[in-house]
Design a protein around this ligand. Structure first.
Ligand code: MN3
Length: 202
């Protein structure tokens, strides 16, 4: 049983003008497809074959670059597509909103912390909102396709929101203006999905 590229739950142009259709086409159809195929090739015939991606990442040999890069890339993009929506934006509700207030002081303070992590991640990588057991939230950045599920990476806990700050995620539309892309990302965050992940992981 190998990993499959998940279908997008919305059209390539559905996140415009925040994320353009051509970027979505290439990002999903080429980049994510590449990580998926390379992950399958890297684990075929090894003891990792048949394990869940979460299990593979949690027990990852960090020296196994093929699985680290492509397993991370596979997982990160699966999450990324799901935590965005054409009907996204606004702010979280309920228990997640309360946890954000408890952990950061306010939603605005969380936005500042998360945006800052995304804008200041040097080179390619991701910024994450993670939940620890008990419901405490943390923000961190990771390089390349690493993520906080991996041993000793980032803030630990379970990622429930992430933004891809590789140039392939924004360069066609925003060129070098990463801060503008980060600002626009807040318009497409699917807070219902983030809340679902929070409830499952906390
Ligand atoms: Mn990407």
């Amino acid at each position: 049983m190998s990993f499959e590229l998940p279908s997008l739950q919305y059209a390539h142009n559905a996140l415009e003008p925040n994320i353009d259709a051509r970027t979505m086409e290439i990002h999903h159809g080429k980049h994510h497809a590449g990580y998926t195929n390379n992950l399958n090739a890297a684990i075929e015939g090894t003891p990792l074959s048949g394990k869940s991606i979460e299990d593979i990442l949690a027990h990852l040999d960090m020296n196994n670059k093929a699985v680290r890069n492509n397993g991370g890339g596979f997982y990160n993009h699966c999450l990324f597509w799901e935590i965005m929506s054409p009907n996204g934006g606004g702010s979280p509700k309920g228990a997640l909103a309360q946890a954000i207030n408890d952990s950061f002081g306010s939603f605005e303070a969380f936005m500042d912390t998360f945006s800052n992590a995304a804008k200041t991640q040097f080179g390619s990588g991701w910024a994450w909102l993670c939940v620890h057991k008990g419901g405490k939230l943390d923000v961190c950045g990771t390089a390349n396709q690493d993520n906080p599920l991996m041993p000793g990476i980032g803030c630990g806990g379970t990622p429930i929101l992430g933004i891809d700050v590789w140039e392939h995620a924004y360069y066609l539309h925003y060129q070098n203006r990463r801060p503008d892309y980060v600002t626009a990302f807040f318009n497409v965050i699917n807070w219902d999905e983030v809340a679902r992940r929070f409830e499952t992981a906390k």
